[in-house]
Design a protein around this ligand. Structure first.
Ligand code: 13P
Length: 253
């Protein structure tokens, strides 16, 4: 009943030519691959390549996504990109509250909540990231941290709105480190997130929300992680920069 989503977060990588080549490779690989029918692929390149990505996606089986959005609607906000702009490029998804934005750009749970509102007002699905840093896990505080991020970032939404949201659990200690959460660790937090959503919105609503895992997910470990009952896909960093690897992950369902 839930969508399986494999989303590639390119982060700040690739020149325009390299980006075009990757999308081209992805389309070729996709043409020759059979994915499970309920698997949705999302490609999130840097802002300057979104239009290109959106155009290519019309002829292929992936949807374009952004990596960030402004928390303001429009106006004098130099350097920002609004949800209305993304909507005008037919962008379907947008990552919000990635740990890198929280750590390097001061993004708070309140900013996340505001960005989610902007996106929903423009019919874009937010992919809302949560996850603890290493120290928090070592202190045994991972549930408390994730609970706060989910509550503060999402619980102002109505039941109708929450089903438009995708959640991504990305333990910060697993991002770009090669250290993946074990399938059991991922399942524990994913089930916990779903229980929080169920408490707030009811089990039926919670069952509709896709929860993705992110953090050193690659072809060699995706199958085991995606086999967990509450893991509905992945938010992929490094491995999304290579078409074959990204596709191998998408085929892990
Ligand atoms: P890696 O897959 O490179 O660990 O990155 C995960 C991530 O941050 C995706 O948003």
């Amino acid at each position: 009943m839930r969508k399986h989503i494999v989303a590639g977060n390119w982060k700040m990588n690739k020149t325009f030519e390299e980006a075009e080549e990757l999308i081209d490779n992805l389309m070729t690989t996709l043409e020759n691959t059979e994915l499970a029918p309920d698997t949705l692929m999302v490609v999130c390149p840097p802002f300057p390549y979104l239009e290109m990505c959106s155009e290519y996606s019309e002829d292929s089986y992936f949807l374009p996504g952004a990596q960030n959005v402004s928390d303001q609607e429009s106006g004098a906000y130099t350097g920002e990109v609004s949800a209305a702009m993304l909507q005008s490029l037919e962008i379907a998804y947008c990552i919000v509250g990635h740990s890198e934005r929280r750590a390097y750009y001061g993004e708070t749970d309140a900013t996340v909540a505001a960005k989610v509102d902007r996106l929903l007002a423009h019919d874009i699905h937010p992919i809302v990231c949560c996850g603890e840093v290493l120290q928090e896990r070592e202190d045994g505080r991972q549930l408390e941290v994730v609970e706060r991020q989910i509550r503060e970032g999402l619980f102002h939404l109505s039941a109708e709105q929450i089903t438009e949201v995708v959640v991504a659990y990305e333990p910060v200690w697993a991002i770009g480190t090669g250290k993946t959460a074990t399938p059991a660790q991922a399942q524990e937090i994913h089930a916990y997130i779903r229980s929080l959503l169920a408490k707030q919105y009811g089990a039926e609503m919670a069952d509709k929300i896709s929860i993705l895992y992110g953090g050193s997910c690659k072809p060699s470990n995706a199958r085991e992680i995606f086999a967990q009952p509450d893991v509905d896909g992945g938010l992929i960093g490094g491995a999304a920069l290579n078409a074959e690897d990204f596709m191998a992950i998408a085929k892990a369902f």
